[in-house]
Every structure is written in structure tokens, then in C-alpha cells.
Design a protein around this ligand. Structure first.
Ligand SMILES: C[S@@+](CC[C@H](N)C(=O)[O-])C[C@H]1O[C@@H](n2cnc3c(N)ncnc32)[C@H](O)[C@@H]1O
Length: 311
């Protein structure tokens, strides 16, 4: 079963929520800048990271990005590793991971000789990714850009957006724009893969047991022995299919809090029917929806599914 990074509760036995398409006003769009900077593995992160990008970067700051590597360490095979690897190999051409983060998947794929580039909105995540690649003496091409603004000089046989990251585009016009940009950046017959989930009642209860209360979400130990704790406070707007989650990070050394960071994530979930229609509207063909990371078609009851569509 897929466990998206955004969910930690297991949802077996719980039915997910299928809501009608949102009709009331959507939350205001984050204003992303169209600039992008390429980051090669052996150069420091630089480029046109304007103050506007910094101001509007919603999440994945330095502590959050470091913590991500603790929650999802290197050298492990993850539940989605084989799924995307197979797709990239079948694509038999260049691939791009959108929202590549710290290279959890990208770096092992490049280490296996696959031609995979990465794109992310967080310079901190890209920096972690670059460092991971450098440790293995690998060259990676990374782009600092919002995926809904995707505009880069290369086209791909495979585009993939792992771990529910696509749901971080919470504004519907931006969702449509992203899918259209993805379509433009695929080579003929290229494929797009996007795993999604619909929160179950158990997910909602676990993320938000009591409205307005912080709960400890994750805890881990850094290489220098410091503890990193992440607290979460979430709100769910079921009618609009939106989750707003606030996170608070604490870095604790010798019993003292030596660092803190906050982040806000807004996630939009899509029903299978809604997302199928969005992909078709963006020009995709042969739209398939499989259960988790399997090859089996998803049933309507599945809350965790992956769309694979062809240009
Ligand atoms: C949950 S992490 C996933 C990282 C990596 N793909 C993985 O599977 O481990 C989500 C990533 O998406 C990035 N992200 C969020 N919104 C984005 C956007 N609009 N465009 C590009 N990247 C985005 C974040 O900075 C973060 O690195």
C-alpha cells in the first residue's frame, strides 16, 4: 500500500471520501516566479533565486529538508522505487522527476545509469540532492522551479511526481497549468506518472485528532546526535478537498532547543474521476489508474492510486 509522505496512518478498512467537485472559492494561489536556475552536481547552488521565490516558497526550508533525509534515509529501497524505475526503463529515454526533493529516488536511479533530471521548488532540498549525488561522484542536472511553471530546454520520455507531491499544487487553475506544462515537456508517446491519495477518516483523525492542537508527527536523530521533532496541526476542508497543515520543527541538542522552523503545506486531493478528466483535458491519452504502485487497475474504493498517462 502506498504511504504517501503526507500520511502516516494506515487506512485499511477505512473508506476514502469521494466528494463532488469543489464549487466554492479556492484558496488563493501561491505566487511562484517563473525563473529557473539549473544546478549541476559539482557547482554551488546559484541562479535566479529572487526574493519573491524565497518569500513564496511554502515549505521545505533548511530544517525540514534536513529532516526529510532522516525520515527517508539513503540506501533503502522504498515502496515506489521499482514502480518508477520500470517506467523510466520502459520509456527508454530521458526522465524528469518533478518535486525531486533530496534525491531519495533520483540519486539511486542516476547511480544505476538512468538518465534522470530533477526539478524542485526548494533550494534546500536541491542542495541536499546535489550533496547526495556528489558523495557518489554522480553528475545530476537539477532545476530550481515550480513544477506548474515548468519551462526547461529538454523534453522527456518519462515525467514522474512521487510521494503525493503533485497534491501540493492546491489551486485548480495551477493544477491544470501544471498538467499542460507536463504534456508540453513530454516527447511523443512519453508517459506521465502521478501517485495521489484521498485522505481516509483515519488519516483525518490521526492528522487532526483535536482541531487546533499540535501533535508529534515524526522524530529522528541527526548524524551529530541532535534530535529533530516535527509537530503537526492540520485542518481539512472536505467540501473543497483541501488539507491545510502547519508544521513546527524543533532541533534539540543536550536537552535545549537550538533551532526551530515552521512550514505550511496546503494539499488538494482529487477523486479518480476528477483526475482522469483533468488528464484528458490536458491532452493525455491512454489514461490509466492503478492501485498503489501495482499493475492492477484501481477500484473506485481505492484511496491510494497512481495515474499513468501517455502523450
Ligand atoms: C514530499 S517531498 C518529495 C520528494 C521526492 N520526490 C521524494 O519522493 O522523496 C515534496 C517535494 O516537492 C517539492 N515541491 C513542492 N511544491 C512544489 C512545486 N510546486 N514545484 C516543484 N516542487 C515542489 C518540495 O520542495 C519537496 O522537495
Amino acid at each position: 500500500m502506498i504511504r504517501s509522505v503526507f500520511r502516516t496512518a494506515f487506512s485499511s478498512g477505512n473508506s476514502c471520501m469521494h466528494f463532488a467537485r469543489a464549487t466554492s472559492p479556492l484558496p488563493s494561489a501561491l505566487k511562484f516566479v517563473r525563473d529557473f536556475a539549473t544546478v549541476s552536481s559539482n557547482k554551488p547552488l546559484k541562479g535566479r533565486i529572487t526574493p519573491t521565490v524565497r518569500k513564496n516558497m511554502p515549505s521545505y526550508g533548511p530544517v525540514s529538508s534536513e529532516a526529510y533525509g532522516i525520515w527517508f534515509p539513503e540506501g533503502k529501497k522504498y515502496e515506489d522505487s521499482d514502480f518508477f524505475e520500470r517506467l523510466i526503463i520502459e520509456g527508454n529515454g530521458p526522465a524528469l522527476e518533478l518535486g525531486c526533493g533530496d534525491g531519495r529516488l533520483l540519486v539511486p536511479y542516476v547511480a544505476k545509469g538512468l538518465d534522470v533530471d530533477g526539478l524542485d521548488l526548494s533550494p534546500h532540498m536541491l542542495d541536499m540532492c546535489r550533496k547526495r549525488a556528489e558523495k557518489k561522484r554522480l553528475k545530476v542536472s537539477l532545476y530550481l522551479q515550480a513544477m506548474q511553471d515548468l519551462l526547461i530546454p529538454r523534453k522527456y520520455k518519462t515525467l514522474f511526481v512521487p510521494y503525493g507531491s503533485f497534491m501540493l499544487i492546491s489551486n485548480l487553475p495551477e493544477v491544470k497549468k501544471a498538467l499542460s506544462r507536463f504534456h508540453d515537456h513530454l516527447l511523443p508517446k512519453g508517459k506521465l506518472a502521478i501517485p495521489l491519495f484521498i485522505p481516509t477518516e483515519a488519516d483525518i483523525h490521526q492528522a487532526a485528532p483535536k482541531e487546533g492542537e499540535w501533535r508529534l508527527r515524526r522524530e529522528g536523530t541527526r548524524a551529530d546526535g541532535a534530535t529533530i521533532r516535527c509537530y503537526e496541526k492540520a485542518r481539512f476542508d472536505k467540501n473543497n478537498q483541501i488539507e491545510n497543515a502547519d508544521y513546527k520543527y524543533e532541533v534539540i541538542q543536550a536537552g535545549q532547543i537550538v533551532g526551530t522552523e515552521t512550514e505550511d503545506l496546503t494539499l488538494r486531493w482529487h477523486t479518480q474521476g476528477q483526475f482522469h478528466a483533468l488528464l484528458k483535458d490536458a491532452g493525455f491519452e491512454n489514461v490509466q489508474c492503478v492501485r498503489d504502485y501495482s499493475q492492477e487497475p484501481a477500484s473506485e474504493k481505492d484511496c491510494e492510486f497512481t495515474f499513468v498517462a501517455t502523450k
